[in-house]
Design a protein around this ligand. Structure first.
Ligand SMILES: [Mg+2]
Length: 263
């Protein structure tokens, strides 16, 4: 993507904030707000990010909303002491509203059953330590392993899961550091769509994400808001802008705060 056009996209967007009584900041968590960590419960945000998000929230003019593949509780714990953040967990399956209300999308029992079998297969192969069971999905994590180990785990898992991935309604997701068998819908695009449904067209909206699963969200925001790929190396993306974490991300959030602090 040409650098000048994406800088323009960001500047045009940020310049709308001072005049906007309301705005929405949509954020993926892993790889976007926080560096990857082999111990997933220790993947805390980059230094300075939490105070910035807290200050942006405090202006009362921006709704800060996290859209993540993780279960809601995990992100809530990692974002402490930030409170009252809206979270769409498990790719939009699990919704925590700022007032603490929880809404969950029901899963078809046949899909739950297939996911249970995917989990049992991992246990039967001695892969329990790599497995993560979450609402609507089963993941295998290989971050920190050698290329050879990753190849072996990937191919044996794909083989073992192949018969289970057949029923309609399940998909195989390749993400940074692993694969996941999960329900096809909702995806992050559905979560972004649900946020947009309740919004006036005049409200500026941005979505920041790093992973392939964030592309659904970028596409949903096309023509409507600012989509930003947050990643050290550029890759093909539907996002209209690209920032390298943590410096460029921090600077973007600082500019957001400054422009929403103007009365
Ligand atoms: Mg991510």
């Amino acid at each position: 993507m040409p650098e000048s056009s994406q800088i323009n996209a960001r500047t045009d967007f940020l310049n709308k904030l001072p005049g906007a009584p309301a705005s929405v900041l949509l954020l993926d968590y892993d790889g976007t707000l926080a560096p990857f960590h082999v111990e997933r419960d220790r993947a805390y945000p980059y230094p300075g990010i939490l105070p910035l998000l807290g200050a942006i929230q405090q202006t009362g003019r921006t709704a800060v909303i996290v859209i993540t593949g993780r279960p809601v509780e995990e992100v809530q714990a990692l974002l402490q002491p930030l409170a009252g953040i809206e979270i769409w967990g498990a790719h939009g399956l699990d919704h925590l509203l700022p007032n603490g209300t929880r809404e969950q999308v029901p899963i078809d029992p046949s899909l739950t059953h297939a996911l249970q079998r995917a989990e049992e297969w991992l246990h039967s192969q001695g892969m329990s330590a790599l497995a993560e069971v979450k609402p609507g999905g089963v993941a295998v994590h290989w971050r920190g392993m050698s290329e050879d180990q990753i190849q072996e785990i990937r191919s044996s898992t794909l083989q073992g899961w192949a018969p289970l991935a057949e029923p309609k309604g399940l998909k195989l997701l390749h993400f940074e550091g692993g694969i996941e068998l999960r329900v096809t819908r909702p995806d992050k695009g559905d979560a972004v769509g649900a946020v947009l449904r309740d919004l006036d067209l005049s409200v500026p909206v941005a979505f920041l994400g790093d992973d392939l699963t964030d592309e659904d969200g970028f596409r949903k925001l096309a023509q409507r808001g600012l989509s930003i790929l947050v990643r050290n190396e550029y890759r093909e993306t539907a996002a209209t802008s690209w920032l390298k974490p943590p410096q460029e991300l921090t600077s973007f959030l600082e500019q957001w705060l400054r422009r929403t602090s103007i009365s």
